[in-house]
Design a binder for this molecule. Structure first.
Ligand SMILES: Cc1cc2nc3c(=O)[nH]c(=O)nc-3n(C[C@H](O)[C@H](O)[C@H](O)COP(=O)(O)OP(=O)(O)OC[C@H]3O[C@@H](n4cnc5c(N)ncnc54)[C@H](O)[C@@H]3O)c2cc1C
Length: 354
């Protein structure tokens, strides 16, 4: 069977928050766009669940807030944590201006499904699931498309603009030769789920932490727990054995060791998330741009990565203006910018030099 081909005005690699929001914005403005997502669905754990007021305000401007609020979520007005035995308020959203004075907690797959559904109603939006971008296509020093793979084989995509929204291990940024600064990270996080049990407290209404490096997120039927460890120490923890890890967790978690032993019986239930913090020195090269974690991998601290990814989706718009392939494209981009920020288009992301 021969290689399939596809031509699209814009090819976005990665259907996370940045890719889906940018795909939605472009399609809404009449630009045909193809988003590649290597997974078949968005049902993956351990991705940010926090939707901050800034993102909710953007959703409001786009007319999407009511639909989003209709989905199951929790509202958090303040974030508190226990530091050195004292409870401190780390964030108080109630004092913010704008439409929503709270942070929303929602499993990220629900948020992504919602964005994908909204985008799918727009002509020109195509989401290719189970399609992995494998390499970039280049011609005379310019990126002209993506080589991808799906269940049926290989797919050669031709596009004048490729956008890398493929996260922290971005193929696009590597293949484009974009350089990054690595800022290092002192911690990693191990994640595990605990089933809810009768009599569980409402630990801080959805966000119980951080308390001595331990957080609990209320996922409705279960608790998503994160335990922060020293960077690179996971292999040593594994050598010490699961029982030793559970002892450490029990020392800082509001659940007893018996429950941990009953529910966490296998290393398969304990996942390591290595934390990276880095930033591209240039976000773009001819024919290609990276945004979201592909441009700046985020620490989970503050839970802002999803929100910066969403803001990035609007931020490159002035850069598209500079490219201005033709008048219609320019008009489309203009309308996108003004739909996100009613009075003036956002500035280009810091560090973005074209
Ligand atoms: C432990 C941890 C906890 C975090 N907690 C929070 C939090 O609570 N709140 C918060 O806001 N942020 C959190 N973050 C950060 C947040 O997850 C990211 O900043 C955010 O998801 C970035 O969005 P993105 O769209 O740029 O990339 P991603 O969310 O990484 O999405 C990239 C998408 O691209 C797809 N993809 C990758 N490669 C390819 C390819 N070659 N071809 C096709 N598709 C591809 C992936 O499957 C994925 O769907 C956390 C990060 C870590 C490490």
């Amino acid at each position: 069977m021969g290689e399939k081909t596809l031509t699209t005005p814009c090819c976005i690699v990665g259907g996370g928050p940045a890719g889906l929001m940018l795909g939605y914005l472009l399609a809404r403005s009449g630009v045909a766009v193809t988003v590649l997502e290597k997974h078949r669905d968005f049902l993956r754990d351990f991705r940010g669940d926090t939707i901050h007021p800034s993102t909710l305000t953007i959703m409001h401007h786009l007319g999407l807030l009511e639909g989003l609020l209709a989905l199951g979520h929790q509202k958090v007005t303040t974030l508190r944590g226990e530091l050195q035995g004292k409870t401190v308020t780390m964030a108080d959203f109630s004092r913010l201006p704008g439409r929503c004075q709270y942070m929303m907690l929602m499993p990220q797959w629900n948020f992504l499904n919602f964005l994908a559904e909204q985008a799918a109603t727009l002509p020109g939006f195509t989401l290719l699931r189970a399609t992995r971008g494998v390499s970039l296509r280049q011609h005379q020093g310019r990126i002209i498309g993506v080589n991808a793979e799906d269940d049926a084989g290989s797919l050669a995509i031709t596009s004048p603009l490729v956008i890398g929204t493929d996260g922290r291990r971005s193929m696009v940024r590597t293949a484009a030769g974009l350089q990054f600064e690595n800022f290092g990270a002192p911690r990693d996080v191990v994640w595990m789920k605990l089933s809810k049990e009768a009599g569980d407290a409402r630990w801080a209404s959805g966000h119980g932490g951080p308390k001595n490096n331990f957080i609990m997120l209320d996922r409705g039927e279960y608790w998503q727990c994160g335990y922060s460890i020293v960077k690179g120490s996971f292999p040593a923890l594994q050598q010490q054995g699961l029982a030793a890890l559970l002892q450490q967790v029990a020392a800082v978690a509001p659940v007893d060791i018996e429950r941990l032993r009953r529910q966490i019986t296998d290393w398969q239930q304990v996942k390591l998330l290595d934390i990276r913090i880095d930033r591209l020195t240039r976000w773009a090269a001819p024919g290609v741009l990276c945004i979201g974690d592909a441009a700046h991998a985020m620490s989970p601290i503050g839970g802002v990565g999803v929100n910066l990814a969403i803001q990035d989706a609007g931020s490159p718009l002035p850069i598209y203006w500079q490219h201005r392939w033709h008048a219609a494209w320019s008009a489309c981009v203009s309308s996108i910018a003004y739909s996100v920020a009613a009075s003036s288009p956002p500035g280009p992301p810091k560090g973005c030099k074209l």
